[in-house]
Ligand binder design. Structure first.
Ligand SMILES: C[S@@+](CC[C@H](N)C(=O)[O-])C[C@H]1O[C@@H](n2cnc3c(N)ncnc32)[C@H](O)[C@@H]1O
Length: 241
């Protein structure tokens, strides 16, 4: 390749990396990011209301981003989700995105340890007409798993709390999803990419790193990572044999 052509290819690569960074990873405003936001990842009125009401009630602003919500809704629709589990409800924003993709008779069980968050989410689900489709369970998710096992098999499991237990949730998901069911885990980048920095030893990041490695290397899963927000690691459970 001629030097000029090589330079052009390198320039294109830089441009693609820049767009990737803007649209998929960061939340910088750009015409393309805005185009995507107003075309594919549009919040409907009740999603916007839940997000705003969550903030108005003073709950922490640690919900997923709309691109991630639209992806979760897409996953729920792809698997024809009837039985779903979420770890980490907060005000119910991600749950409402998931519910938007579930089958008409689908049910989402969502677990929240903080009673104030759980009560806010219940109120939000009632307002959004989702009370019959989303059930909030209050307690430490790891302690509620034995009771939640009764709903097996799950079609979709979404993890968004309690990072130190991510490897335990992964093991549980492999036993409680149906073949073809999907596991999605938020913060797969470990809060802004810390998973890639081996010098970071904080427990949550170590366990996310461990979770990512196990998910990627365990032959039972077909996996990838969706690089929006803080990263969604996803795996589809293969049929046994
Ligand atoms: C990151 S927020 C969830 C955000 C939510 N998924 C969304 O995007 O709208 C995490 C939530 O999980 C709750 N939580 C933390 N540890 C938990 C645990 N061990 N079991 C259940 N919930 C937990 C927190 O109180 C908080 O409300």
């Amino acid at each position: 390749m001629k030097p000029a052509a090589r330079l052009e290819v390198a320039g294109m690569r830089d441009k693609v990396a820049e767009i990737w960074e803007e649209v998929c990873v960061g939340s910088q405003a750009s015409p393309l990011a805005e185009y995507i936001q107003t075309t594919f990842t549009v919040e409907d009125e009740s999603l916007r209301w839940i997000r705003q009401e969550t903030a108005r009630k003073g709950l922490p602003s640690i919900h997923i981003q709309p691109q991630e919500g639209a992806f979760l809704r897409f996953l729920a629709a792809v698997v024809g989700a009837r039985t779903c589990l979420e770890v980490g409800t907060l005000g119910g924003y991600s749950a409402a995105w998931i519910a938007g993709g579930m089958a008409g008779d689908g049910k989402l069980h969502t677990v929240e340890v903080n009673l104030q968050h759980a009560e806010a989410a219940r109120e939000h689900f009632a307002h959004a007409g989702l009370s019959g489709r989303v059930e909030v369970h209050v307690g430490q998710a790891i302690d509620l798993l034995p009771a939640l096992a009764a709903n097996k098999p799950y079609d979709l499991i979404f993890l968004d709390a309690d990072k130190p237990n991510y490897p335990n949730y992964l093991a549980w998901a492999a036993d409680h999803l149906r073949p073809g069911g999907v596991l999605a885990a938020h913060n797969a980048f470990g809060y802004g990419g810390k998973v890639a920095d081996e010098s970071v030893t904080e427990l949550a990041v170590q366990r996310i790193r461990d979770f990512n490695a196990r998910l990627a290397e365990d032959g039972r899963w077909t996996t990838t990572i969706f690089p929006a927000g803080d990263g969604l690691a996803v795996g589809v459970l293969r049929a046994a044999g």
